[in-house]
Design a protein around this ligand. Sequence first.
Ligand code: FES
Ligand code: FES
Length: 163
Amino acid sequence: MSREVQVTFEVNGEPVSRRVEARQHLIDFLRLELGLTGSHTGCEHGVCGACTVRVDGRIVRGCLVLAASLEGTKVETIEGLSDANEIRDLQDAFIARNACQCGYCTPGMLLTAAALLDSKPQPTRAEIREYLAGNYCRCTGYHAIVDAVEATAAARARRHKQD
Ligand code: FES
Ligand code: FES
């Protein structure tokens, strides 16, 4: 018998209060209950990174977190980051370098890349590769993705100097 739990948290700045099935994962809650389909379901075992979202500012695997465990937290998805223009430069760099082909990995990749640039604004190519290693991409071979992240870091550094 399924058990439901009342939970209240924030998604992309909006309060959400629902009864959720106790074993429902965050990624399924976002996609099925809220229609936020930008975060993808891949392996469902915490391996591929397609389901990456932010909880209280930290990136997590949406397929490993139970929605019922999120009481009082702030969840951010690719839709929220895009609407806030928070990663516009990163998105533009991905497009300019053809770093999104089928696009399946792209939302998770962008959230992970954004987290890297927040914690280390000028990463080396090796550091970019290592940080993104948990986000699988079957299309690009990663080269274009690393290029895009590197170019974004350089552009931000130039802007920072001018300010
Ligand atoms: S679907 Fe969550 S890590 Fe693959
Ligand atoms: S662009 Fe297709 S999986 Fe990465």
